[in-house]
Design a binder for this molecule. Structure first.
Ligand code: NFE
Ligand code: MG
Length: 523
């Protein structure tokens, strides 16, 4: 007989997500992913001055405010027809780089590592490494106190979990260092953006403050240290997880879904906002052959192919199937058949996986493909997602060194930082840019100088989307199918699959459902 397991909240970074899986014969046979909170920024922004959108829309999330701010600014750059100066493009790239890397560090260590280790095993560490002994002592104090959050309560370690005390101690020591590494990346953002989270210096037309030598030196110092840590610690940990506990799952495509991938691209190389010329390229892959990916055609991004399916989401259906530019958000929380506040974005009517893995595939990144092959990870799998995140963080920090040099030269040459132009009364545009979790779009339409229609489709809206009228599941739902669940009381693999997407539901949803019930208690 089939069992239905409901898990919620499932995120470690925010709590608005729940998952329902049907398990039959030791495997997941059906899945529904739900965002249980509505966001409402689209409604808040209607009637506001468009320049305020840069400041307001980034409040959607405390993890990826910088990508939201830059995406809105790029939509407005286009509306005012600004020629964003190269120095401003570089400052935006460096801000985004710091934000991407901070997010990837948080996701890999704080969001997912715990799913692959038994952290309590560290108390049995008997070695002489002082750093590891300190971690073991800290954990014992936490466990003895009866409050070892965030390490406990938890689902039980399973056959795939790392339990060797030395290995666990090493990974946990890196987990604590990751807090410092993340702070370093966020400090880099703050050096150029005034603060983090929620940044100040990005405006339509460019940025607001010239960058001095002191800021460049501070940034350079932090970047060098962070780059070394990501390459020698984080990337190595990702490889050892992919080849270690996840090894047995990797070739069986544990966590595969529909082989469709979408990237808007990130880090402008020439004209700001031009998604055709980016360090991480834009593009779409539909029905990829994952066994012979080199032959796969990467299609050019065509924003007119983006639509929003509203059939299973708690919204009115007047705008079902339209491009986001035409969609006005109308909540319908009592709708029959609805099960989530996350809409169902589709590209060419297909559900699309977005995020670091999608970007590395759209880029056909040779280094990433080699890494996946070495670790035995199938190109769409849980280990491939973890590897792509760590690999991409390294790729970005390495590239940022060159952008910082270019910025130094631009500032010395006395180049401008903002093409400040007045806003027209009417106009429409879209900012498309990949945030850490994937494709992010802000669609803006002005009337009478104020925002008339506003629509955001964030990365986790793509990944955590529900079914559509053709009953195609959303990417995370589909990835859950066939997940092995040998013990329904301990559905750890379900969480491993969901968290490999690094979902952030504050970004994805559009009001608390108000029932407030607990689906399931862990431990
Ligand atoms: Ni709330 Fe975000 C990123 C955006 S995810 S973290 O990355 O945009 O939907
Ligand atoms: Mg939206």
């Amino acid at each position: 007989m089939a069992d239905v397991i409901r898990l919620g909240p499932v995120g470690r970074i925010n709590e608005e997500m729940s998952v329902e899986v049907t398990v039959d014969g030791g495997k997941v046979t059906d899945a529904r992913v739900a965002g249980t909170m509505a966001r409402g920024f689209e409604a808040i922004l209607r009637g506001k001055d468009p320049r305020d959108a840069v400041v307001i829309a980034q409040r959607i999330c405390g993890i990826c405010p910088a990508p939201h701010a830059v995406t809105v600014a790029q939509a407005l750059d286009d509306i005012i027809d600004a020629r964003v100066p190269p120095a401003a493009r570089l400052v935006r790239n460096l801000i985004l780089g710091g934000a991407h890397v901070a997010s990837h560090i948080m996701s890999f260590y704080l969001g997912t590592l715990q799913d692959y280790i038994d952290p309590t095993a560290v108390v049995f560490y008997k070695g002489n490494d002082q750093r590891l002994r300190t971690v073991a002592r800290k954990m014992k104090i936490l466990l003895d106190s009866g409050d070892a959050a965030p390490f406990s309560p938890r689902f039980a370690a399973d056959a795939a979990s790392i339990k060797d005390p030395s290995a666990v101690a090493g990974l946990l020591a890196n987990y604590f260092d990751a807090l410092l590494a993340k702070r370093k990346a966020e400090t880099m953002v703050a050096i150029l953006a005034g603060r983090h989270p929620h940044i100040h210096t990005v405006v339509p037309g460019g940025v607001t403050i010239p960058v001095g030598q002191e800021q460049i030196t501070q940034f350079q110092f932090a970047l060098r240290e962070l780059g070394d840590w990501i390459e020698t610690v984080m990337l190595e940990d990702a490889k050892s997880l992919a080849a270690g506990p996840l090894g047995p799952f990797a070739s069986g495509a544990f966590g595969a879904g529909q082989p469709n991938f979408l990237s808007y691209g990130a880090f402008d190389l020439n004209i700001s906002g031009d998604y055709k010329d980016r360090f991480l390229p834009s593009g779409a892959v539909i029905a990829a052959d994952l066994r012979d990916f080199a032959k796969t055609t990467i299609r050019d991004l065509d924003p007119s192919k983006i639509t929003e399916s509203l059939r299973f989401a708690w919204y009115g259906e007047a705008y079902d199937g339209r491009n986001p530019a035409e969609v006005i958000t109308e909540f319908a929380p009592d709708k029959s058949g609805g099960y989530t506040f996350v809409k169902g974005p589709r590209y060419e009517s297909k559900p699309m996986e977005v995020g670091p893995l999608a970007r590395m595939l759209v880029k056909k990144d040779v280094g990433f493909m080699r890494l996946a092959r070495l670790t035995g990870a199938s190109l769409q799998s849980v280990p491939a997602r973890l590897l792509a995140r760590a690999y991409e963080a390294n790729l970005i920090v390495r590239r940022m060194v060159g952008w910082l040099d270019d910025l130094t030269a631009a500032m010395r040459a006395g180049e401008g930082i903002c093409d400040d132009k007045p806003l027209p009364d009417s106009g429409r545009s879209v900012g498309l840019l990949d945030a850490p979790r994937g494709a992010l779009g802000h669609w803006i339409s002005l009337d009478g100088g104020l925002i008339d229609i506003y629509q955001v489709v964030s990365p986790s809206t793509w990944n955590a989307s529900p079914r559509d009228p053709s009953f195609q599941r959303g990417p995370i739902e589909e990835a859950l199918i066939n997940t092995p669940v040998p013990d329904v009381a301990n559905p750890l693999n379900v969480l491993r699959v969901v968290r490999s997407f690094d979902p952030c539901l504050t970004c994805a949803v559009h009001v608390v459902d108000g029932t407030g019930g607990t689906f399931t208690k862990v431990g």
